[in-house]
Design a protein around this ligand. Structure first.
Ligand code: MN
Length: 191
């Protein structure tokens, strides 16, 4: 199977001023394209050639894992945003957030703290287990909670390439601003 980069459901400048058009062009346009091109090159003639991408992530190692996971993670990340989505969780996900983190405000604080506290490149994740319990986890480099049997709900990219053009070294500022563009209707759909 040959993977293709899906078109974003919004214009490159639609997330400004939180994420600039230039960052979307480089991050989703060029970085993500490179991961997908590498994935297609590495998966060809491998045992995973016809596997679902989630299965590749769960089972592959080394460069194939890294590029498969990065390809998936960036699509998941960019499709969590919208210029005009719902800005707070509701329903069962809201209840689970209140139950497991105390409140939505406390959840946001803990999520950003986990992203800021991750040394080097990686991702911070909100995931659920099979019972619906929520977890905030840090993942270095391409790591994805699928490999731990969790179902991802939301992620923030904390690689420098995600924010350096717009925020330089200010990772905490970059992460806090992302709350202004998260589309909680999409996140709830994953729960
Ligand atoms: Mn990235």
């Amino acid at each position: 199977m040959k993977y293709e980069k899906p078109q974003l459901p919004y214009a490159n400048d639609a997330l400004e001023p939180v994420i600039s058009a230039r960052t979307v062009e480089f991050h989703y346009g060029k970085h993500e394209q490179a991961y997908i091109d590498n994935l297609n090159r590495l998966i060809k003639d491998s045992e995973y050639e016809d596997a679902e991408l989630e299965d590749v992530i769960a089972n592959a190692k080394g460069a194939l894992f890294n590029n498969a996971s990065q390809a998936w993670n960036h699509i998941f990340y960019f499709f969590s945003f919208s210029p005009d989505g719902r800005r707070e969780p509701t329903g069962d996900l809201r209840k689970a957030i209140d139950r497991d983190f105390g409140s939505f405000e406390k959840f946001k604080e803990a999520f950003v703290d986990a992203g800021v506290g991750l040394f080097g490149s990686g991702w911070v994740w909100l995931s659920r287990d099979e019972t619906g319990k929520l977890f905030i986890t840090q993942g270095s480099n391409a790591q994805n909670p699928i490999t731990d049997g969790l179902m991802p709900l939301l992620t923030f990219d904390v690689w420098e390439h995600a924010y350096y053009l717009d925020y330089q070294n200010r990772r905490a500022d970059a992460l806090k601003k992302l709350w202004d563009i998260v589309d909680w209707e999409t996140v709830e759909g994953r729960y």
